[in-house]
Ligand binder design. Structure first.
Ligand code: SAH
Length: 218
C-alpha cells in the first residue's frame, strides 16, 4: 500500500509553484491558495513525486494527462469561482482540477468518459476531504441535464466546438470556460450567458489539451 505524506519539502515546492504562477499572471488569491493547499503529488504515480510541482502536465494512464498547474489556475481564474457555486466539469481525469474547485468551496459535478479512470476515482485519495465533488461516468457533450442549471461550466479537454447542450445547462448570467480547437491548439474562450439568453464570447490564450471525444469508453 502506498503511503501518502505531505512533507515540508512538498509544501515548500508548492510555495515555489505558487510564486511561478503569480509571475505568469495568476492574481486570484483564492486560486493561488487552493494550489498552495492541495498536495498535487497525491494525484500522480509515486514515480513523479520529485517533479510533481514542476509546471507541466503528466500522464495519468489511459492516454490521459493531469493538466499543467498554470492551465488549471488559468481556467479557474477565468471562472471567477465564488463559494457554493454549482460547477460542471467535463473531463475528471486525475480529479486535480475538481479538487481545486472544491477547495474553493464550489459544489462540483464532474464527468469522465473513460470507465477505468472513473472507477479509479472511486478510491480518490481526498474523497472524504471533498464531499462536495460528485463523480459521473458519461459523455460530457451531453452534460448532466438532471442537475442543471449550473453557475459555471469548465471543459478540460480540447473541444471541436461549443457543445449546445452545455450552453442550455448554463444559468442566465453563468460562465463557461472552454478550450476550442484552433489549428493544432485550442483557444481558451469564456462564454457568458446573458439574461436574455444571448451569448457573449471573450477570447484568451492558446493551450494544448487532449481531445474531447464523443460517447463513453469502457
Ligand atoms: N481535469 C483533468 C484533466 C484531464 S485531461 C485533471 O485535472 O486531471 C481530459 C480528460 O477529459 C480525460 O480524462 C478524458 O478522458 C476526458 N474526456 C475527453 N472527452 C470527454 C467527454 N466527452 N466527456 C467526459 N470526459 C471526457
Amino acid at each position: 500500500m502506498r503511503e501518502f505524506k505531505d512533507t515540508y519539502r512538498h509544501k515548500g515546492l508548492r510555495m515555489q509553484l505558487v510564486k511561478l504562477l503569480q509571475q505568469k499572471g495568476i492574481t486570484d488569491e483564492n486560486v493561488l491558495d487552493a494550489i498552495k493547499n492541495i498536495p498535487r503529488h497525491f494525484f500522480l504515480d509515486s514515480a513523479f513525486d520529485k517533479i510533481a510541482y514542476e509546471d507541466r502536465a503528466f500522464p495519468i494512464g489511459e492516454d490521459q494527462t493531469i493538466s499543467q498547474p498554470y492551465t488549471v489556475a488559468y481556467q479557474t481564474q477565468l471562472l471567477q469561482i465564488k463559494r457554493s457555486d454549482k460547477v460542471l466539469e467535463i473531463g475528471t481525469g486525475s480529479v486535480y482540477q475538481a479538487s481545486v474547485l472544491a477547495e474553493m468551496g464550489a459544489r462540483v459535478f464532474t464527468i469522465e468518459r473513460q470507465k477505468k479512470l472513473f472507477e479509479l476515482n472511486k478510491n480518490f485519495i481526498l474523497k472524504s476531504k471533498y464531499p462536495n465533488i460528485k463523480f459521473f461516468y458519461g459523455d460530457g457533450f451531453e452534460g448532466l441535464p438532471t442537475f442543471a442549471p449550473f453557475d459555471k461550466i469548465i471543459i478540460t479537454a480540447a473541444a471541436p466546438f461549443i457543445p449546445p447542450k452545455l450552453i442550455q445547462q448554463l444559468k442566465d448570467g453563468g460562465l463557461m470556460v472552454i478550450p476550442v480547437d484552433e489549428g493544432n491548439n485550442q483557444r481558451m474562450l469564456r462564454i457568458t450567458k446573458m439574461a436574455d439568453g444571448s451569448l457573449q464570447e471573450e477570447a484568451f490564450d492558446l493551450f494544448s489539451f487532449v481531445p474531447m471525444l464523443t460517447g463513453r469508453n469502457g
